[in-house]
Design a protein around this ligand. Structure first.
Ligand code: DX5
Ligand code: ZN
Length: 226
């Protein structure tokens, strides 16, 4: 399983977004962009114009995580301004199948996100409609929070569901992912890792990405002794 690392620009310097994006161009796979509307989560970040500008300058594909009310209305527009992956929250979407299909029709990968307390079981029949599941390992809204171990069993169940489904669906974790927690996530079956503080809080963001990837790859490798 190949591991992907998506540094979260939420922990970058918002006045130097392009520079901070370039800092990880050589070692990361994606740039994770947290869109928050001050309603679905109690924080306000960036919206369409900034994502459009980032798309013009960034050298990595944009992974837009929409923590907004009414993703049914907005998601497709993020795909249209260049996001390569658009993730909507199960808790916020009214018509998930239609919205996921609209994201794909606009040329992006479609992601479905779950807060720590939201069960994935009711959505298992929708796996054919998604390219990625995002399991939040914190309550969404802010970076720098502690990783929640209580999500690990859900990561394992999601991995089983994805493997049983058969298609190529990525399993992303977001929140408190660091050198101390990424191995637990990889062992449980995650293959795409969002990291904000662990990357941009480091003196060398590019090296931090590489270290996270090495740890995830080593943890995901089956132990030959077992
Ligand atoms: C929080 C965001 C995360 C955030 C993670 O709601 O979805 O992407 O940037 O930040 P860290 O890695 O610092 O927990
Ligand atoms: Zn996020």
């Amino acid at each position: 399983m190949s591991m992907q690392i998506a540094p979260s620009l939420l922990a970058a310097d918002f006045a130097r977004l392009a520079d901070d994006a370039y800092a990880v161009s050589e070692t990361a796979d994606w740039l994770h962009v947290d869109v928050m509307d001050g309603h679905f989560v109690p924080n306000l970040t960036i919206g369409l114009p900034v994502v459009e500008a980032l798309h013009r300058h960034a050298r990595l594909p944009l992974d837009c995580h929409l923590m907004i009310e009414q993703p049914d209305l907005w998601a497709v527009q993020y795909a249209e301004v260049g996001a390569r992956n658009v993730t909507i929250h199960a808790e916020a979407v009214s018509a998930p199948i239609r919205t996921l299909r609209n994201i794909r029709a606009a040329g992006a990968r479609a992601g479905l996100a779950f807060n720590p307390s939201t069960a994935i079981d009711p959505y298992e029949d929708l796996l054919s409609e998604v390219d990625m599941l995002l399991l939040m390992t914190i309550e969404p809204g802010f970076g720098g929070q502690d990783f929640m171990d209580l999500v690990l069993p859900k990561i394992r169940r999601a991995r089983e569901a994805i493997d049983g489904h058969g298609g190529e669906i990525w399993l992303q974790v977001d929140g408190g992912v660091s050198e101390h927690t990424i191995e637990r996530c990889a062992e449980a079956g995650a293959d795409m890792f969002v990291a904000g503080t662990a990357v941009y809080g480091s003196d060398d963001p590019a090296a931090a990405v590489k270290m996270l990837r090495d740890l995830a790859e080593a943890a995901a490798r089956p132990n030959p002794a077992t």
